[in-house]
Design a protein around this ligand. Structure first.
Ligand code: KG4
Ligand code: ZN
Length: 319
């Protein structure tokens, strides 16, 4: 089954063509990071306008690079939710128009499902499967026993972890979006200089909270400046990363044990984080009969291949 995926939920304009959820013929992503970096965050109106400008070129590029004939495409899949409404509309209208004029069926996809199924491109999935979804807008633990129905076991009660990374990046004076830069400098830092809270919430809950950690970083910077001292940026990044990732990985492993899952999958932009990958593999290697997988970097952040793969699963379920 050949599926053309379309993704425009935030600040990436993306189109991809994938066969049977595995063979990626093309995966074109136009990122608006260079546009939004001047504002330090995504401005919805600017994002929508840029999707409008780029969507046709991204479609053309994805079709040409795939070497697939339009008549051979079985389905068009498009992100319907969640996301910025103005951005989503551009992708939805483009996808529906393309499907209509070429007489191809269309299917709506949930963006988070896309992040989880991105793992299928390079791995086989095993059930029960526990997904740790960590992106700019979400931090959730979801379980599935069959690959179709997901049950949410926990989520952040305030900030998403990616959002928290980006805010910490900003107060540390790093470029936008901060996540990847915090990760890069944290590797060089020492976690012992600054003590930051580890917020585990109640013992049996699989919910998270990151706003307290974010405030602790901001307060620490303000206090250090008031004392006319310099913040050691690498060390603060390292302490922040250690606190955020330790909680995420500890809770995920506890959850995996409780539900006796066969696989833990990382999903979303923060799945690219080096400390998350390291800690989850270290702690997870002690689990019996449980594999840990994550997508390669290009399938962690927003892309349309993941939307085509999620559609492949959704269609198998309907049939
Ligand atoms: O999944 P994604 O591309 O978009 C959303 O659906 O939100 O995730 C983007 C988020 C941003 O917050 C970005 O800073 C974060 O993923 N991110 C990282 C890393 N790479 C991307 N956060 C921590 N470490 C990274 N290496
Ligand atoms: Zn995303």
């Amino acid at each position: 089954m050949i599926i053309l995926g379309v993704e425009t939920s935030c600040d990436e304009t993306a189109v991809s063509i994938v066969r049977n959820g595995k063979e990626v013929f093309s995966n074109i992503v136009f990122s608006q990071i260079d546009i939004h970096k001047y504002n330090g965050g995504v401005i919805p109106e600017i994002a929508s306008r840029n999707h409008v400008e780029k969507i046709l070129y991204v479609f053309q590029d994805a079709i040409i690079k795939s070497s697939i004939k339009i008549k051979d495409i079985d389905y068009v899949a498009v992100t319907k939710t969640p996301g910025l409404i103005g951005s989503l509309i551009v992708g939805i209208v483009a996808a529906h128009t393309f499907a209509y004029v070429n007489d191809i069926k269309i299917i709506d996809i949930d963006h988070i499902d896309g992040h989880i199924y991105a793992n299928y491109i390079e791995h086989e999935l095993k059930y029960p499967l526990l997904a740790l979804v960590v992106s700019g807008g979400h931090t959730e633990l979801r379980i599935t026993y069959d690959g179709y129905e997901f049950v949410k076991l926990g989520e952040t009660l305030d900030d998403a972890v990616g959002e928290c990374y980006d805010k910490v990046g900003r107060v540390l004076g790093l470029p936008y979006p901060g996540g990847i830069y915090v990760d890069k400098i944290a590797i060089k830092g020492n976690i012992n200089r600054y003590k930051l809270p580890l917020v585990y919430l109640e013992k049996d809950s699989f919910n998270f909270s990151f706003s307290g950690l974010k405030s602790a970083v901001i307060n620490l910077i303000n206090k250090t400046k008031q004392n006319n001292e310099e913040v050691v940026v690498e060390d603060l990044a390292a302490s922040f990363q250690y606190s955020a990732i330790s909680v995420l990985t500890t809770k995920t492993i506890e959850c995996a044990k409780k539900y006796k899952v066969k696989q833990i999958v990382l999903a979303g932009g923060v799945a690219a984080n080096s400390e998350l990958r390291k800690q989850i593999v270290e702690k997870g290697s002690k689990l019996e009969d449980c594999e840990i997988i994550y997508p390669s970097m290009k399938y962690c952040t927003d892309n349309a291949a993941m939307i085509a793969v999620a559609a492949f699963f959704k269609l198998k379920q309907i049939k």
